[in-house]
Design a protein. Structure first.
Length: 278
């Protein structure tokens, strides 16, 4: 039976609507089938949609299922922050000073900062270490990059299987031309040092509705990049990153190591608020 369900579309990593990365949040996902969630996600034509469902772990404030076109994700960053924003705005009250989200990757802690930002504690990576030679070669060729543009590389798999490349310059970052055949079904993340506005600039490519697509701002990638770069001494314990410039967006990401955790956050803003019939 079709029923109205509370809905919000939230722009993430920005305080100004249309400059971040939107996520569709169905705040009452109980009773929907996986097929219905897939269908609604595809219908929104967004990179991700989330569905809030009752938590099964007593430590969690709520549970969420995260979908992108064609697949369900165990974890994704900007949907985590956007869902939390919508849940709080709808009257959600955390049991403790941290909000705790249950998702396919387990429990994810989210904190609120005095300026109104939200940040999540980066979950453990499923795979780390340098890319294998053949994987690196395939990725570099798929981006049409000269090999000497890559300063370092690492598996950054925290749900999405990101192949992370540290490039030498933002000029290299903006020279890439992704090959839809070579990079089909791959998640590729790029980061380069920047001297304008932020410490780094990031780009992310992943399978979308019509083949390889660029993501405006990517929380999961920035989380894994932060764990890698800070842990390897390639970035300071606290830094900022810009993402989305190639798409006309201006996502601002704050990355900070506190004790053993790397926190990734930014501002969030509701752009659409109402109901959907599902």
């Amino acid at each position: 039976m079709i029923v109205p369900r509370r809905f919000a579309q939230v722009d993430v990593f920005t305080a100004e609507p249309t400059l971040g990365n939107p996520v569709a949040v169905v705040l009452d996902g109980a009773g929907l089938t996986t097929q219905q969630m897939h269908a609604f996600t595809d219908w929104t034509n967004l990179s991700e949609a989330t569905f809030v469902v009752p938590a099964t772990d007593p430590s969690a404030d709520y549970a969420v299922r995260i979908f992108c076109p064609g697949r369900e994700l165990p974890f994704a960053g900007h949907p985590t922050l956007g869902t939390c924003h919508a849940w709080l705005e709808a009257g959600g009250e955390p049991a403790d000073h941290h909000i705790v989200q249950e998702c396919g990757a387990g429990l994810v802690r989210i904190r609120r900062t005095p300026d109104g930002s939200l940040s999540f504690a980066a979950p453990p990576r499923n795979r780390t270490g340098p890319l294998e030679d053949d994987v690196l070669d395939e990725t570099v060729r798929g981006l049409h990059l000269p090999p000497d543009a890559v300063a370092d590389h690492q598996w950054c798999d925290n749900g999405p299987g990101w192949r992370g490349l540290l490039l030498r310059s933002t000029e290299d970052l903006h020279s890439v031309s992704p090959d839809p055949e070579l990079l089909a079904n791959l998640d590729v993340g790029l980061i380069a040092p920047s001297s304008v506005e932020t410490d780094f600039e990031v780009r992310a490519f992943f399978p979308g509705n019509q083949g390889i697509t660029e993501d405006p701002v990517t929380g999961s990638l920035n989380a894994a990049l932060g764990q890698w770069l800070i842990g390897a001494g390639l970035a300071p314990d606290s830094y900022t990153a810009l993402q989305g410039r190639a798409l006309g967006r201006r996502g601002l990401i704050y990355v900070e190591r506190i004790l053993d955790d790397v926190w990734v956050g930014g501002r969030t803003v509701t752009v659409i608020d109402g109901t959907v019939s599902l």
